[in-house]
Design a protein around this ligand. Structure first.
Ligand code: FNR
Length: 337
């Protein structure tokens, strides 16, 4: 298989900070996503992490010295997980990617984030106007890594500049290019420039992954339409998947409250960060805060156990905790004996 085939004709969970930790990625795969991107990981932070095989959760964790889990993965997503890196330097990105290389199917470089912390640090959308940096980062990764490399851009205000950038990116040997059809100064309420994505898809031969269409996407059929409109090889969904991850289902999406509970089961199982869990739950309720009776309590929830109480999932939570406790005891006994 050619490396670029990994990205052809796929439906993909887009990278989202806070959202695309292990529970959401596993949920998206359950519902039918072909590939899942991690949240953006800053290369410097990855380099500070120690790897730990977590024998209680059956995960591989990359952790800071204070115990913060920066990146957690498990075998169920092997072959489907793309690590997105935030970087402004090829060598550092390479060192970070190498650390995680055995656990990922590909590496993506974020060249679209418009947030101040990214742009000021020379990362994300700052790279869109620095072709030499783009070349240095992508060529270094392509020549040194065993896994395929892609990057995710926003469009530039002028179509011809966007095409030039896409062709330059292609010339570095990357296997795919994701294009969000908004400029760095445009917000999500602005229309997505599907015509720019279409022009890029026509101008390069690597797979182009269309992004930015969430507002009009509620089902796999809508996703297919977005793919056809943009002429892209694949499509990538962020917000629509965050609001209701079952959007990837072939048989049609499920009611969101059931999806929310499935998400929480994974959050309990993989001991997900409480604040990120809360963020995801509130996003799933975003347009029904007034009609769902549990919504108010979610605003003040502080722990995974609080969510179990609110959503009538005590039995599931306790079962996970009992299993975890039993596993810890088993491991202690093994160590002792
Ligand atoms: C994002 N986006 C984003 N993009 C990226 O390249 N890396 C990231 O870590 C994030 N983080 C992130 C968090 C959240 C909460 C949102 C809503 C978005 C942008 C995202 O991947 C996507 O490009 C845009 O949301 C447009 O696509 P949709 O939402 O229309 O499918």
């Amino acid at each position: 298989m050619k490396q670029e085939d990994l990205y052809r004709n796929k439906v993909i969970l887009a990278p989202m900070v806070r959202v695309c930790a292990l529970p959401m990625r596993l949920l998206a795969l359950d519902y039918g996503a072909d590939l899942v991107y991690s949240e953006e990981q800053i290369d410097r932070k990855i380099l500070l992490c120690q790897k730990k095989e977590n024998q209680v959760l059956h995960t591989t964790d990359f952790m800071l010295s204070d115990g913060t889990v920066v990146f957690r993965t498990c075998p169920a997503e092997k072959g489907k997980l793309i690590l997105q890196i935030g970087t402004c330097d090829g060598k550092r990105a390479l060192a970070a990617a190498r650390k995680l290389q055995d656990y990922i199917a590909g590496v993506d470089v974020n060249m679209g984030c418009p947030k101040e912390f990214s742009v000021k640090g020379g990362m994300g959308a700052a790279l869109l106007t620095q072709p030499e940096k783009v070349k240095q980062i992508l060529s270094t990764l392509v020549s040194e890594l065993n896994v395929p490399v892609s990057c995710k851009i926003r469009v530039l205000p002028k179509l011809e500049d966007t095409i030039k950038l896409a062709q330059l990116i292609e010339s570095t040997g990357v296997s795919a290019l994701a294009v969000h059809g908004r400029t760095k100064d445009e917000r999500s309420r602005d229309p997505n420039r599907d015509d720019y994505i279409q022009a890029v898809a026509a101008a390069v031969s690597i797979p182009v992954i269309a992004n930015g269409g969430s507002k009009n996407i509620n089902s796999l059929t809508d996703l297919e339409n977005f793919k056809n409109t943009t002429g892209a090889s694949s499509v990538m969904l962020a917000r629509a998947a965050m609001w209701n991850c079952s959007v990837f289902r072939k048989q049609g999406p499920l009611p969101v409250l059931g999806v929310l509970k499935s998400y929480l089961k994974y959050a309990f199982q993989y001991d997900n960060n409480e604040m990120n869990t809360k963020y995801c739950v509130l996003q799933m309720l975003h347009d029904r805060m007034t009609e769902v009776p549990q919504a108010d309590r979610c605003l003040t929830a502080k722990s995974l156990k609080d969510f179990a109480d609110i959503w009538d999932m005590k039995a599931e939570y306790e079962s996970v905790m009992e299993q975890r406790y039993a596993r810890e005891k088993e491991l202690l006994a093994q160590q002792g004996g």
